[in-house]
Design a protein around this ligand. Sequence first.
Ligand SMILES: Cc1cc2nc3c(=O)[nH]c(=O)nc-3n(C[C@H](O)[C@H](O)[C@H](O)COP(=O)(O)OP(=O)(O)OC[C@H]3O[C@@H](n4cnc5c(N)ncnc54)[C@H](O)[C@@H]3O)c2cc1C
Length: 493
Amino acid sequence: MAEERSARVVVIGGGIAGLSAANRLRELSFERKLPLAIELCEGGKRLGGALETVRRGGFVVETGADSILSEKPAALKLAERLGLSGEIVGTDQRFRKTFVVRNGRLLEIPEGFSLLAPSRMGPVMRSALFSPLGKLRIALEPWLPRRRGGGDESLASFVRRRLGGETLTRVAQALAGGIYTADPELLSIGATLPRFVEMERKYGSVIRGLRAAGRARAAEARGESGARWSLFVSFRGGAGRLVEKLADRMADSIRLERAVVSILPDGAGRNRPRRWRLRFADGAESGADAIVLAAPAYAAASALGEAFPALRAKLAAIEYASAAVVNLAYRAEDFPQAPAGFGFVVPAIERRKIIAGSFTSLKYPGRAPAGTLLARAFIGGALNRDLMALSDAEMVAAARDELRDLLGVGAEPSLTLVRRWPNSMPQYAVGHLDRVAEIEALADQIPGFELAGAYLRGVGIPDCVAGGERAAEAVAAFLAREVPAGASRDAPR
Ligand SMILES: Cc1cc2nc3c(=O)[nH]c(=O)nc-3n(C[C@H](O)[C@H](O)[C@H](O)COP(=O)(O)OP(=O)(O)OC[C@H]3O[C@@H](n4cnc5c(N)ncnc54)[C@H](O)[C@@H]3O)c2cc1C
């Protein structure tokens, strides 16, 4: 019979995936009366990983992720359970436009254009974003044959094949590849934009597929009172509210500056030793009955050491790109022309120092005091690795140069904040989904061990929340077989 004690679960990594896993474990512990001792070990000094809101001088500064895709429900459902529903804010529809830089000018993305293809030809034909030949090539898309055979391909190959090279270099590389700060020649279309692959398969054309999706959305909107939220949402106090609430809930379980350097399986002996032995950076050791490993793939590989060589090798093979975000605050009058959209992307072909810029205070309410404007510039990514060598001052100078050139802003910003995100963006290379299936199959063979994080099945916050929660459910199901039921506790706060 199992011993009457709490099972000890250690979650490694305090990014949104690890926090979501720990929180779900806590919920399941109450719901299922499962006595769990949960510990979340974060190597750094702070929680949240790539999610961080800094409040300074009346500004709500997002140094990393700032938007949550509302179409994928996991993050909003978590927010609801955390009592954050009243703090959710949608984007300001007046500025719902994105621009692309072409020959040093900001041009609006044609209406109906979705990441790499248009749903309507009219706006494309009227746009200065494409050459006449480029437009003709896009217009041919519905008549091109479907791809024969299956298998993954790169985003670049998919776009070139369906819509032509100009769509790739002028829009898709910056807009779709930019989300992953990736090289589109290497990026898997199947792992990043499967709906476009499905459109080609089902309709023989992405343009026809986008039109069908538009009709379906319109029919749905007629049936209901319309979508509850804009496509992207955040919280009144910044995206970091999610992290703050989670941290608050689990204050007792959180250990900062507790980097796990090795995870070793512990033989199950007579006195029920823990299944896992963890070693920390300071040389301390502890045991665990189950583990959720929610660190980036390279850190997970390193912690696994020689214990699981096949899994370790597959994790270590996932590459990462680095990026930096420069926040700059201005007076509204410093902009000769008021920005008219959420932001802009910069195709690599333009050879500039930033890969994108956005206007946080136009996107969401309450980000900047009245009369001021908060802008962000993104530097780095897989196509601009060299720029990560710039100093902070050089990054600010690079962002200012580009804002001067593209928007005529010469004024000195009243606030600047540079945040580097080294090795933060997992690169979903062609074949990524097969690689992940292999990783999951190997991890499945290890009892009481789950993986979570952005390198698996989606880099976005909702995917990371869903992955963390899935790992928690699996661990709880595993432990339920071992931990005696019936221990009652207070309901969660
Ligand atoms: C600049 C930027 C902007 C982004 N913008 C958006 C956006 O607007 N919307 C969106 O949905 N997504 C966005 N993303 C993506 C998204 O934020 C991330 O994919 C997601 O936050 C990753 O969460 P994670 O928990 O998997 O990993 P991470 O956030 O990387 O967290 C992993 C944690 O594990 C810790 N760790 C590592 N090794 C160890 C160890 N050995 N022991 C203990 N702890 C360890 C790290 O310190 C870190 O805190 C953005 C990403 C970046 C970098």
